[in-house]
Design a protein around this ligand. Structure first.
Ligand SMILES: [Zn+2]
Length: 63
């Protein structure tokens, strides 16, 4: 029960993080083509969502 809640929360937090990264890029007048993800921490662009997840997890140990 508790761990299920945690998994859901992590998903929500991650989605929020991605939305922020895109908003942030938009504010800086950077156009992100669909399918490209930009890391919110070091602004590295990654071509796949899976790659971004791995990147954030391994480089930044975020959530
Ligand atoms: Zn990064």
């Amino acid at each position: 029960m508790r761990s299920a809640f945690r998994r859901t929360w992590r998903r929500v937090a991650h989605a929020y993080h991605l939305a922020c990264a895109r908003d942030d890029a938009a504010k800086r007048k950077i156009t992100i083509p669909s399918g490209v993800w930009v890391c919110d921490h070091c602004h590295e662009a990654l071509l796949e969502l899976h790659a971004l997840r791995e990147h954030v997890r391994t480089r930044h140990a975020y959530i």
